[in-house]
Design a protein around this ligand. Structure first.
Ligand SMILES: [Zn+2]
Length: 136
């Protein structure tokens, strides 16, 4: 018998009315993007109004899941006990042109490079799947 305290779990996002399609798509292994049906602009994260034309008519389209690392940083400060440091935070620009804050997996932090081609994979939890990216 041990007195070990279980490791705290990391905080996870919860879908709301606007992001439900994104998170439902993730559970199905599909990276979904919100598209303005008035002007065609994509937006991520999902939000009610288009940044370009302010319309609120939208459709959802599936991303190829391919992109490149546009920026990244290595976090050494532990802001939540559910995260083990060091970890990376990256912005991946998808082929469709939108940028997604994420983590790069399957490669050492010191091997991550701006411009590195990456492809989505899913970090699955009970009720949510988070898009992460590994080298393509
Ligand atoms: Zn628009």
């Amino acid at each position: 018998m041990t007195d070990a305290t279980p490791a705290p779990s990391r905080p996870l996002p919860q879908a709301d009315e606007i992001s439900k399609e994104f998170f439902d798509g993730g559970m199905a292994g599909r990276l979904m993007l919100m598209k303005c049906t008035a002007c065609g602009a994509l937006r991520l994260p999902s939000r009610r109004h288009c940044d370009v034309c302010l319309a609120d008519e939208t459709a959802w389209v599936e991303s190829s899941g391919k992109g490149v690392v546009r920026s990244f940083g290595i976090m050494h400060q532990r802001y939540h006990p559910g995260f083990q440091t060091p970890y990376n935070v990256a912005f991946v620009e998808l082929e469709e042109g939108v940028r997604l804050p994420t983590n790069i997996v399957g490669v050492a932090n010191d091997a991550i490079r701006v411009g590195m081609p990456v492809v989505v994979e899913w970090d699955r939890y009970e009720d949510v799947a988070l898009p992460k990216f590994r080298p393509a």
